[in-house]
Design a protein around this ligand. Structure first.
Ligand code: HPA
Length: 271
């Protein structure tokens, strides 16, 4: 990644009309419907944006969408890049840097995750309060990183406390169950073994998934306030583990999606 590449990506998007978005949003697996609510959408397919990684996984349609939501200019990533698709961590987080260059002031991230904390049930949501990076690398471990921000990024409060308290308040006001917890990111794409789920619980994770942490690290690198919400799609009980059912995971995410949309829309109104 170079400054020149970033400039070219941004200049392509400017030409398409992506003018000064206030907020960036990353939509996770099974969580794409927010885009139906965007007014005057402008769409850029990832494959057409210079220097964007190429989208691969089928259920990710791979588009950047610009438009208006709750009277705010937003830019939404429908589908994200994962380490398990063969990208590296710099690729995975490239779109975050592009959205930052477009001018976003806030970042909202969503994902589908497994519930490690067995007090949480599938179909419910969890606000990320903290995370554990188990992806074996950093999106900041590259030559020249200091040209984009400082190298030794503070991680004492990776999630924006102001946005997080607003999200909890919004959930309460709207009778939406929103847990708070620690998200562990793994590489995937295989799901976890019983021993791995047990391990994740013991090290303090409440949920596990294959995304989000690299994006959050880069948001912190860019001093971009970020909040993230997991939709819990399966219960990871090591003593009673059923074989994984990916269509079910996607279905659970879609069912919970209206609640997530409502949280994000209400927060956006206030930003
Ligand atoms: N593990 C990892 N990623 C996931 C899971 C899981 O159980 N559920 C949804 N994404």
């Amino acid at each position: 990644m170079t400054e020149k590449q970033l400039k070219e990506s941004v200049s392509y998007l400017h030409k398409k009309g992506f003018e000064k978005p206030d907020i960036g949003i990353v939509l996770g697996t099974g969580l794409g419907k927010l885009i139906d609510e965007i007014k005057d959408p402008v769409v850029a397919a990832y494959n057409n944006i210079p220097f964007f990684p190429l989208a691969t996984v089928e259920f990710h349609t791979g588009k950047l969408i610009y438009g208006t939501l709750e009277n705010k200019k937003i830019v939404v990533m429908q589908g994200r890049f994962h380490l398990y698709e063969g990208y590296d961590l710099v690729d995975v987080t490239y779109p975050i840097r592009v959205m930052h260059q477009l001018g976003i002031k806030f970042l909202l991230v969503s994902n589908a995750a497994g519930a490690i904390n067995l007090e949480y049930q599938k179909g419910e949501m969890m606000l990320l309060d903290d995370h554990i990076n188990l992806q074996g690398g950093s999106p900041l471990a590259f030559k020249g990183v200091e040209r984009f921000g400082e190298r030794f990024v503070d991680m004492s409060a990776p999630y924006c406390t102001k946005m997080n308290s607003r999200l909890l308040a919004i959930a309460k006001e709207n009778d939406i169950q929103l847990h708070k917890g620690v998200y562990a990111s793994v590489v995937g794409p295989q799901l976890e073994t019983r021993a791995e789920y047990r391990f994740l619980g013991r090290i303090g994770a409440d949920a596990v998934g294959m995304s989000t942490v690299p994006e959050v690290i880069v948001a912190n690198h860019l001093k971009l306030p970020v909040s993230a919400v997991s939709v819990l799609t399966d219960e990871c009980d090591p003593d009673n583990l059923k074989p994984v059912d990916i269509p079910e995971i996607i279905e659970v995410a879609s069912k919970a999606e209206p609640k997530m949309i409502s949280l994000f829309k209400n927060l956006i109104k206030e930003l």
